[in-house]
Design a protein. Structure first.
Lengths: 177, 256
């Protein structure tokens, strides 16, 4: 049985961030329906954890639970997608993020950016570790430190993933179609 | 630079874009960008990517039902019913029902196994965020849906005009018997009305009671017993029961 104290802590921490949680779950799972299940699962986990946990940064704390619930969900329901995305060690083989200041052009990217579907597909195609860093930054508006907390990664890794995510997106958007 | 890792310049450009550089480093980078067309082009490219992402990645708010379900998890359980309040609730029901049907008011026994099972069912559904198996406010959908699983004796009345819209239906299970349950909504709260054969309803208990922080109401007609379980408070549940019984009685006299 959950104590009233835990419910009070939950009430202060979780409901205010349900929009953020839903946006993250949606971009990680790729499905609005699944995102609802993931957020509910995460809310239950949060309630149980608040029986004992003390929370200093509520938003990053809850988004970490959402992220973990989403990864569990994806491993269970989309094992292929997770295998394709690979671990962070495989990222090097998936794409090389060469510093390409002297090739490609902002204009090509901006032209491609007119096509919303193309941009969304490009983001959806990013490997999960890159996509989650990008979404936490651009959609949830988290600072690097908070992204590091939410993804349980060192801050250097967060910076590297964000740079790779953007370099990969730039390449995909520059390609002629 | 490394083949696989973003180099130092690229990390700095990204950090500048994300407003994560302190003033001194930012100034230093801005000077370098001014002197180096390669760095300047890379920054433009990153800005273009950000523009593309921000333009098309709009964070939709969570659906209302998700907000409700998430908020419901954290509501403190209401305190147990005080005896005086229970008595008042009984009287309120008694005054109302008078002529409509026989109501068991005399027995003040505690709710039994049936009530415990229904409360557990309600709590499970609430925590899972799935208070109903068929979600619709259309009573002409709910009743046929239940008909093949656990037929209802009464009409699936809609009480939207009284402030309790029908939200759906589900099947609860007592022992091994499926029993039909109508689910109504009251603001962020749910009220589940389960219909039971008298043989299954067990010994009668007070018409209003509380169990594990949920409130219950029970009433009977000639053939069946009804149990309402809710997380709304007891006087409100009494009002609901009154509205339900009026509508159900009216529904029964309508031509089918």
């Amino acid at each position: 049985m959950i104590s009233d104290a835990a419910r009070r802590r939950y009430q202060a921490i979780v409901p205010p961030h349900v929009d953020d949680a839903y946006a993250l779950a949606r971009w990680l799972s790729g499905s609005p329906i699944d995102a609802e299940d993931i957020v509910q699962e995460a809310a239950l986990r949060a309630l149980n954890a608040l029986e004992t946990a003390t929370v200093e940064k509520p938003r990053a704390w809850f988004l970490r639970i959402v992220r973990n619930a989403a990864l569990t969900w994806m491993a269970k329901n989309r094992p292929k997608a997770v295998a394709l995305a690979g671990g962070i060690d495989d990222l090097a083989t998936l794409e090389s993020s060469e510093f390409s200041g002297d090739d490609g052009s902002p204009e090509a990217i901006l032209i491609a950016a007119e096509d919303g579907e193309r941009v969304r597909q490009a983001i959806a195609a990013l490997p999960t570790p890159l996509r989650e860093a990008l979404v936490l930054r651009e959609v949830n508006g988290l600072a690097y430190r908070e992204i590091a907390d939410a993804t349980e990664a060192p801050i250097g890794t967060v910076m590297s993933r964000l740079a790779r995510a953007r370099a990969t997106l730039a390449k995909m958007l520059e390609e002629k179609r | 630079m490394s083949e696989t890792n973003p180099d130092r310049d690229e990390l700095r450009l990204n950090a500048a874009l994300d407003d994560e550089l302190d003033a001194a480093h930012r100034l230093e980078l801005e000077r370098e960008i001014a002197d180096d067309p390669r760095l300047s082009a890379a920054m433009d490219r990153l800005s273009a990517v950000r523009t593309a992402v921000r333009r098309h990645v709009v964070a939709d708010p969570a659906p209302a039902r998700l907000q409700v379900a998430v908020a419901a998890l954290g509501r403190p359980r209401q305190s147990r019913l005080r005896p005086a309040l229970a008595l008042a609730a009984c009287l309120a029901v008694g005054v109302f029902v008078g002529a409509a049907a026989q109501t068991v008011l005399s027995s003040m026994r505690q709710p039994g196994a049936v009530a415990t099972a229904l409360v557990a069912d309600f709590a499970r559904a609430e925590i899972a965020g799935r208070p109903f198996d068929v979600a619709t406010s259309d009573r002409h959908v709910v009743k046929p849906w239940l008909a093949t699983r656990a037929p209802l004796g009464v009409e699936a009345v809609d009480l939207a005009s009284a402030g309790y819209p029908l939200a759906g239906g589900r099947v609860a299970v007592i022992g091994a018997t499926p029993v039909p349950t109508l689910v109504y909504q009251r603001h962020e709260h749910w009220i589940a009305v389960t219909e039971l054969p008298l043989s299954l309803a067990g010994p009668s208990w007070a018409s209003a009671a509380a169990l594990d922080g949920f409130h219950l109401a029970r009433w009977t007609d000639k053939e069946r017993a009804y149990v309402a379980v809710s997380d709304i408070d007891s006087p409100e549940l009494t009002d609901f029961v009154a509205a339900f019984r009026v509508a159900a009685t009216a529904g029964a006299s309508e031509p089918k």
